[in-house]
Structures are given as C-alpha cells and as structure tokens.
Write a protein that binds this ligand. Sequence first.
Ligand SMILES: *Cc1c(COP(=O)(O)O)cnc(C)c1O
Length: 363
Amino acid sequence: MNIKDKFLIKNDGDKKSIIRAIDNLKLSGTSDIVKEYETKLATFFESKYAIAVSSGTAAIHSALFALNVKNGDEVIVPPTAPIMSASPILLQSAKPIFVDTNKNNFGFDTNSLKRNITNKTKAIICVPMWGYPFDYKELIEVCKDFQVPLIEDAAQAHNSTYNNKKVGTLGDIGCFSTHDRKILATGEGGFILTDNYEVYEQIKSFTQYANMKGETFGMNYKISTLQAAIGISRIDKIKWQVEVRRKNAKRILNGLLDPNVYEIEYPKNSSPNYYGLVFQMSYPVEKIKKIINKLMDFGIPSDILRYNYKVMYHYMLFKQWKRICPNAEYLSKTITTVPVHPNIRENELDHIISSLNNISEVT
Ligand SMILES: *Cc1c(COP(=O)(O)O)cnc(C)c1O
C-alpha cells in the first residue's frame, strides 16, 4: 500500500470559474473577481476584512509591516513552526525570539512567554501546526496584559475552531496560505484577515506598492485573478473537506489499541481541521524514530520525515537565535502525522489502524 500524503482536489466548479475570469478579461490582482474572492473569504471566515495575497509568507510579511516591525525589534515565534513563519521577521531585520511551547501541544508555555516579552517585542506569532488549536484564552490574555499584538499563522488551520470562532480570527491579524497542499488550495496564494480598519488599509497599500505614490514603502504581493477564481470555486468545499477529514480521523482514533500512541492534546472547546492527524507517543525517542520509519515502509507517509521536521533554531538560518526550548524539543521528537484527506479510502484507513496497533512489536 502506498498512501498519498497530498490531497489532489478534483473540483468541477474550477473550470467554470476560471473561464468566467478569462471572459471578464481583467487578470491582474485588482480585478473585481479578486474583490469578489476577498468578500467571500471575509464572509466564510467571519472577519471584517480579507486581503488576498500571493502567498502565506507574503501574508506574514505584510502583517509584520503593518505592525511596524523594524530593525532591532523582537518578534516571538514558536520553534515548532516551519521556517516560513519566521523568515519574514528576518526580512524586516527584526529578531526572531523562540519561546518554548507546551510539552504536548503547539501553544506557548505561558510562563516562558511572559518571561520573554520585552519593550522591544512588537508582535507574537502563534502557529497551530496541522490545524490543532491550543489555549487561545490564556494567550490572548497575555497579549492584552502586555499590549503586544497577536499574529496567527493559520496557514494550516482553515476552519479549525476555538470557542466556536474560526482560528485566524482570534488575534489581531490572521495569516493563511492557499498553497496547493493547504485546505483551501489555489496553487500558490494566501490571504490576511483582520477586524481592524487601519491594519486593513496598511496591508492593502503595502501589498500593492503603496498605491504607487512613492510616499511609503510597498511590495507587490497581489494575487492573480486566475488564482482568485479557483479560490472562489473552492471556498464552498472547505466545510465538506474538513468534515471528511474529521470523520477519517475519528475512524482511526476509534481503532487505536496502544495506550502509548494517542492523539495530540487540544482544548475541549476547540476543534482541529485535521490538516494532519497528529499522534504523540510515550515511547523512547529512538524507538519513535524507528516507528515513523517503519510506518513509512508500510506506505504510511509522515510529515515529520517528509519535511525533516525539527525545531527551527536547528536550521542553519536560525542558529544564531537559538534558545533552549526543552518542551518544543520533546514535542517535535515524540509526534508523527498521518494523512486523513478525502482521497484516502476505507481500506487505507484500516491499514493505518492495524499498522499503528502492531507497530510497537515490529520495531
Ligand atoms: C504553508 C505555510 C506557510 C507558508 O505559506 P506559503 O503560501 O507556502 O508561502 C507559512 N506557515 C505555515 C505554518 C505553513 O504551513
């Protein structure tokens, strides 16, 4: 068996939507179709404003710019995030401050977070990996107490919820990717959500070279009309996709027998989107490595292997900002992911279950 880790969507609405965009003749990032896409995004995610951009990385960079992050400023980021969450910090010549997570989820360890906020902290970026929510209430309280804005890198968290609100609308600015692998996929692309009009205006201007006035700095981060057209036809499928993912995850979880292999923790009042089903294992780290490799041999792919997942300050680019984050080290070495996207068949789900149930004996 060879289970695919990537969900390739076949969506009948795409062609119609693209042809409508082509017939409309305007294909740039300022067309009425892009506006229509942004309105749909704002409505679906229940946010006042949405700005579609060319990538998730561009979304994060725009958010940092809007918050006036500059040379020498500090931006807090979890070391369990991928490098794209922090590269835009470097682009603003600011310092990424790696703050430890919890041992069993991707939320910040609240004490470490408080200890690391200084008068140079311009923003906190939180990153719900594989769409798993954490304790936002505590995080938002800290942000309010210390008056530091919260950016959510929700690139993997479309339609994850916390307290019946969508992840990406809980902080000040929500950043999403619509890269081909994400739950809303437009090939390449991203978008930004905010309820703050000034932030919206800032980002809107920044993403279209500050309206070419030459007064303030700007980039060209606009999305193209064709990608927006695909976005329009696929937004309506997000709910269905997440439902199927939740159902698949549930089937696997219900079949698990080994108490040393369990789903990663998330708050009761929240719901993951199952961008990936994440397991944590209470086996020794060496054994866990073997287990992940063995699952791979059984045709069950893991994002941990695929992306060589490790805490960010172990990458050369970020070594100079290394800080000891023992929980994040532990977390990153004790988890693995299993795909649960809608193209996975029932017999494949059962193969995943039986593999997980026998794995500790095989390795
Ligand atoms: C995919 C992703 C990004 C980057 O998005 P791109 O559209 O590829 O630039 C950033 N952060 C996280 C957590 C991601 O998963």
